[in-house]
Design a protein around this ligand. Structure first.
Ligand code: AQP
Length: 329
């Protein structure tokens, strides 16, 4: 029997090349080796306000992007988190074994809560729901970008605490980071992680950005005051561009160094732009073909929910039994 893998993306904005290189690309590469479940984690998205009509269309858009990058719905289940109510049921049960101090220490909570006038409880509880998403499928590995590594550690802590209180129940999930592209930085500010919710127009490259915009954004990316690539002294902006090229191109570090050392920044940017465009163009073509098929994407989501619900329900049943809750006669 294949081990299970779970990971998810929030439909909270336009997916960008960081989401692709940190997560989706990895998912496609490993999907056939595992029983794969990929989530559109819409309940996470609403931890900050989402305009309802926009959220509804982003859920379908995100699912279509999963398909366009190469997730195969015959091999993998694609599921909208809110279509499987057991996620929230398990989240409550896990909340009851999670000390609040563990949640207040989370870096993402601290960063996101600073941007809110009033902090919704959901923002604090977010990592418990994420733990439920993973543990409900007894996932053995979770392929994510580097920014989620802390939440994965917390997931293991919660699982361990539950197992020690109530007996062995949950599989301990391992974090699976890509060797290159685990943290893509903003093009306008290479000290900050590329993020869907950042507002600057030159910050992120969206997977669906028009091609001329992709080129412009890369050509305007922040570098440093040196004229050409020096791998020993380069600043964060140049390192980020090289990282993006390497992650898309699959080149070795040696080949990268030999090819780019001494190259002027203008030429570096042109080559990065061509590499990114060569990958995004066919992806965008597939995306628009998929979206043109009426009912196809929602059919994939409905089928995904049907396929994974029995797994989720049986984990919740087991957890309730272990905790002594009422599960029927
Ligand atoms: N910059 C990034 N580099 C590499 N991987 C990244 N991921 C996100 N940003 C980068 C990975 O993408 C997956 C899905 O992320 P998410 O939708 O859960 O949200 P996030 O991590 O909070 O990413 P964003 O894009 O910054 O969204 P917002 O702005 O809505 O918070 C995860 O595996 C993540 O590691």
């Amino acid at each position: 029997m294949k081990a299970r893998v779970f990971s998810g993306v929030q439909p909270s904005g336009n997916l960008h090349i960081g989401n692709y290189l940190g997560a989706l690309k990895n998912w496609v590469e490993i999907q056939e080796n595992y029983e794969s479940i990929w989530g559109i984690v819409d309940l996470h998205a609403v931890t900050v306000y989402q305009e309802p009509a926009e959220l509804r269309s982003k859920i379908l858009e995100t699912a279509a992007l999963f398909l366009a990058v190469g997730i195969d719905p015959k091999q993998s289940s694609i599921v909208a988190q809110s279509a499987v109510p057991a996620h929230t049921e398990l989240a409550w049960l896990l909340t009851c074994v999670t000390p609040v101090g563990w949640l207040e220490r989370m870096t993402q909570y601290k960063a996101k809560s600073q941007a809110q006038e009033t902090i919704g409880d959901g923002l604090l509880q977010y990592p418990v729901l994420m733990a439920a998403d993973i543990l409900i499928y007894q996932a053995a590995i979770v392929p994510v970008g580097d920014d989620q590594a802390q939440h994965l550690e917390l997931t293991r802590d919660i699982a361990q605490r539950f197992n020690s209180l109530y007996g062995d129940t949950f599989t301990m999930p391992a974090t699976h980071l890509p060797a290159v592209g685990a943290r893509v930085m903003g093009l306008d500010d290479p000290e900050k992680k590329m993020s869907k919710s950042a507002t600057g127009t030159g910050h992120a490259i969206g997977l669906l950005d028009p091609i001329d915009q992709v080129r412009k954004k890369i050509m305007r990316a922040t570098t440093d005051s040196q004229p050409a690539v020096d791998c020993d002294t380069m600043g964060a902006g140049v390192a980020n561009l090289l990282n993006i090229f390497q992650a898309f191109g699959g080149w070795t570090a040696e080949k990268m160094q030999a090819h780019f050392s001494g190259m002027r920044y203008g030429d570096l940017k042109k080559q990065v732009a061509e590499m990114v465009i060569a990958k995004l163009e066919p992806l965008q073509t597939r995306y628009y073909e998929i979206m043109a098929e009426p009912g196809y994407v929602s059919g994939v989501l409905n089928h995904g929910a049907e396929r994974v619900s029995p797994i989720a329900n049986s984990t919740v049943q087991l957890v309730k039994e272990r905790m002594g809750l009422y599960t029927g006669a």
